[in-house]
Design a protein around this ligand. Structure first.
Ligand SMILES: Cc1cc2nc3c(=O)[nH]c(=O)nc-3n(C[C@H](O)[C@H](O)[C@H](O)COP(=O)(O)OP(=O)(O)OC[C@H]3O[C@@H](n4cnc5c(N)ncnc54)[C@H](O)[C@@H]3O)c2cc1C
Length: 363
């Protein structure tokens, strides 16, 4: 049987690979390879599902802010609000945080303890200041991922599951890719959207790894008393030691852990769950009745914690779409459009791609 030939092969069908393939599908013959039985099994299926403009830092904020209206147009967001809280000795940090994002055009309001209590009943008195972001929303992550999978198919792209890339050889005529089951594919461009496996995939393509590090993040779903108000904002610690938000009468709580990990099917550690609960008990007077469910996923960061979008410095035809960290859902629409423009060699409007280029790490 002759090898199948494509213009672009995207490795990974999480949010990154699916969204970029959806943007490329109408312009080229695109194949998405997913090593697992189904797309979204790894990090994409494990997120906390929020969109908030301050999350990821000022370098990520343009991608998040541009994505907001696009997510709203798709009907994938619902109002939540975010509240970043601090103790009395952290008042200056909270104010600096609010100023940084207000200067970037984000709506932020500084609150005192009474203001915080109006949003977080049962808040302990030592939490005296906070920054409220009214624009923060919940994202329908499964809906957004399904939207991109549908769009890529409608655009004519193919998605192959149980299709793990194991070898990549480059010659003057392009790439020859070999899958774990022996199938061989030819393509001009390989897109590395392999999440936690971004560096290993780059290595098998003959490129220098960029130091993209998977860090484990844990979430526990708790039943608490009194029942969590559905209008509770996403509550984040200014010192990044916890966040929590409501989900259908339950609380999703994270200890904000960042444990370095090899790329793998991440599992929660009971100690991280216990640490999260202990921290929660210092924030509110709610009783934790039960841990109903817990999960973990790998958030993958480049050394400077900005995402990596662009062609490799040395290996022609290898495009990086990696390092989506803890913001790969909330930035997906803008990131996919920006990266599609770069893959196709077209300039596209509103965001400067330079800060995200792999060239920033040298050749
Ligand atoms: C607990 C947690 C909470 C989070 N909360 C949020 C949030 O609230 N908002 C937000 O925006 N982001 C959040 N994130 C981050 C977000 O989930 C990620 O940035 C995003 O899912 C990354 O998508 P991805 O496609 O890069 O990775 P993945 O979803 O992991 O997809 C990569 C895919 O590549 C495949 N693959 C790897 N190697 C190969 C190969 N050789 N051949 C074929 N396929 C391969 C893998 O099987 C995998 O399916 C959170 C993450 C975690 C863990």
């Amino acid at each position: 049987m002759a090898d199948e030939t494509f213009d672009i092969v995207v490795v990974g069908a999480g949010m990154a690979g699916a969204s970029l393939a959806a943007e490329l599908a109408e312009h080229a013959r695109v194949l998405v390879l997913e090593g697992e039985d189904r797309p979204g099994y790894h990090t994409t299926g494990r997120s906390a599902a929020f969109w908030t403009e301050s999350y990821g830092g000022p370098g990520v904020q343009p991608l998040t802010s541009v994505s907001g209206p696009l997510l709203a147009q798709l009907g994938m967001v619902a109002p939540r609000m975010a509240l970043t809280i601090g103790r009395v000795e952290q008042a200056q940090e909270v104010e600096a945080f609010a100023r940084t994002y207000a200067d970037l055009g984000v709506e932020v309001e500084v609150l005192d303890h009474a203001g915080l209590q109006a949003h977080v009943p049962g808040l302990r008195p030592e939490w005296t200041c906070g920054a409220l972001e009214p624009s923060c929303s919940d994202i329908d992550v499964a809906g957004l991922h399904a939207h991109y999978l549908t769009k890529l198919r409608e655009g004519g792209a193919e998605l192959w599951c149980r299709a793990r890339l194991t070898q990549a050889r480059r010659s003057a005529s392009g790439w020859q890719l070999t899958l774990a089951d022996g199938r061989v594919i030819r393509t001009a461009i390989v897109v590395n959207a392999a999440g936690a496996w971004a560096d290993p995939v780059a290595t098998l393509c003959g490129a220098r790894p960029l130091g993209i590090m998977p860090l484990r993040r844990t979430i526990a779903q708790l039943r608490v008393a009194p029942e969590v108000p559905e209008r509770l904002p996403l509550v984040l610690d200014i010192a990044e030691r916890f966040y929590f938000k409501p989900d259908a009468g339950r609380l999703w709580l994270s200890p904000h852990d960042e444990t370095p990990s090899d790329p793998c099917d991440a599992a929660p550690d009971e100690l991280d769950v216990a640490v999260a609960i202990e921290r929660l008990e210092h924030v509110v007077d709610w009783a934790v009745e039960r841990v109903e469910h817990r999960w973990a996923g790998l958030r993958s960061f480049a050394p400077d914690r900005l995402p990596v979008y662009g062609f490799d410095a040395l290996v022609p035809g290898l495009f990086w779409f990696a390092g989506q960290g803890g913001f790969g859902i909330q930035t997906a629409p803008a990131a996919a459009r920006l990266a599609a423009g770069l893959v196709l060699g077209r300039t596209s409007g509103d965001i400067d791609p330079a800060p995200y280029s792999p060239l920033r790490f040298g050749g």
